[in-house]
Design a protein around this ligand. Structure first.
Ligand SMILES: *Cc1c(COP(=O)(O)O)cnc(C)c1O
Length: 366
């Protein structure tokens, strides 16, 4: 059986270092807001190139806290509109509506599944305050045109970088392209913790200080509360594990690129649409390798019978979810087509050459 993602094998790559750290933190008697968190925040901010990195409890909180901080700073107010892609994991949109902000959905580009930047302008209104871009599936979505559009309309650009740590655009890392970025270190992400974890990066000092306080009950000084905050902390164990794994993220992303390259050059089946390999390969870290076919369910069944595990990212578009029933009648045909036709193949830094070859061979026989 070829697993979609073998998390056990991925973490065992760093077994000795991780176990030493786990034991060290366990014995230290200090489990929250300590040295491990400071070290990881410093190393993450250096890696991303952003001035501030703030560890939080998970990726959804990272995004919620960025928007909440803009509200506390008077830059956004409940009822304001935030542009988001209609093709994304629902958490990107939950972060917006959770703050009483209004998500305005924009269709993706069918060729790369990311928000279609050329369709953003027509959705900007007098209430628009920000654009939440999602670098989906590991591929950066960004352009000078987007920067200029945001500047012209005085909009914040927030990056959902949950799937794309380590990717680069124009020599800058994702997470340092815009005003602020949210990261997820959910175990299955390219940089995964042993549980829930997340972070925010930004170069905005005020925003960083506000997020830090909000994530700590709204307090920046013990027992003094300036905001009605929440508890969203990255604990010492997760920070220590992430700090070990951060050192290997570039080489692990490179392995993913090599696999993607092989899939793209060797999968030859007219029934299957392969993803684009970007001209600048640094723009993609292949969090998932998404193919498209009109016979998606049949293909998934065939692969399962041939012991190849696949997943669908994602089976139901956000606007068709019961959680957003007010949108259920709206039409986003490109998103809907994507959700009906996509399938994610196994890709990970621990796949063997035989496994890669088997996936290619079985797909070519479909
Ligand atoms: C994983 C993910 C999130 C949420 O992260 P959690 O850590 O699971 O809360 C948000 N956005 C995208 C695009 C994701 O893939």
């Amino acid at each position: 059986m070829i697993k979609f993602l073998d998390l056990q094998k991925i973490n065992l790559l760093h077994q000795e270092e991780i176990e030493a750290k786990l034991s060290q933190v366990f014995r230290s008697g200090w489990y929250l807001m300590g040295q491990e968190l400071s070290t990881f925040q410093e190393n993450l901010s250096q890696y991303i190139g952003a001035q501030y990195a703030i560890g939080v409890a998970n990726g959804l909180d990272a995004l919620r806290l960025i928007l909440r901080a803009y509200i506390e700073l008077g830059i956004m107010s409940p009822g304001d509109e935030i542009i988001v892609p209609s093709n994304t994991y629902i958490a990107s949109i939950l972060a917006v509506s959770d703050n009483g902000l209004v998500p305005v959905l924009v269709e993706p580009d069918i060729n790369n599944y990311n928000i279609d930047i050329s369709k953003i302008k027509e959705k900007i209104s007098s209430k628009t305050k920000g654009i939440l871009i999602v670098h989906l599936y590991g591929r950066i979505v960004f352009s000078e045109e987007l920067q200029q559009l945001a500047q012209a309309h005085n909009l914040k650009i927030i990056e959902d970088n949950a799937q794309t740590i380590g990717a680069e655009w124009n020599g800058k890392k994702s997470g340092n392209l815009a005003d602020a970025a949210g990261f997820s270190f959910y175990p299955g992400k390219n940089l995964g913790a042993l549980g829930d974890a997340g972070a925010v990066t930004t170069n905005d000092e005020k925003l960083a200080a506000t997020i830090k306080a909000l994530a700590n009950y709204g307090s920046n000084q013990k027992y003094v509360n300036i905001y009605q905050g929440l508890n969203s902390r990255l604990d010492e164990i997760q920070a220590a594990v992430l700090d070990v794994k951060l050192k290997y993220i570039d080489s692990e992303n490179e392995t993913r690129r090599q696999i993607a390259k092989r899939y793209i050059s060797e999968i030859k089946n007219p029934a299957i649409t392969l993803p684009e390999y970007p001209e600048n390969e640094k723009e993609h870290v292949w969090h998932v390798f998404v193919i498209r076919t009109a016979q998606r369910d049949a293909l998934q069944k065939y692969l399962t019978e041939n012991e190849i595990q696949t997943l669908i990212h994602y089976p139901i578009p956000p606007h068709k979810q019961q959680a957003y029933k007010e949108w259920n009648e709206q039409s986003f045909p490109i998103s809907e087509k994507i959700h009906e036709e996509i399938l994610s193949l196994p890709i990970s830094p621990v796949m063997t050459a035989e496994e890669i070859e088997k996936v290619i061979e079985i797909l070519n026989k479909f």
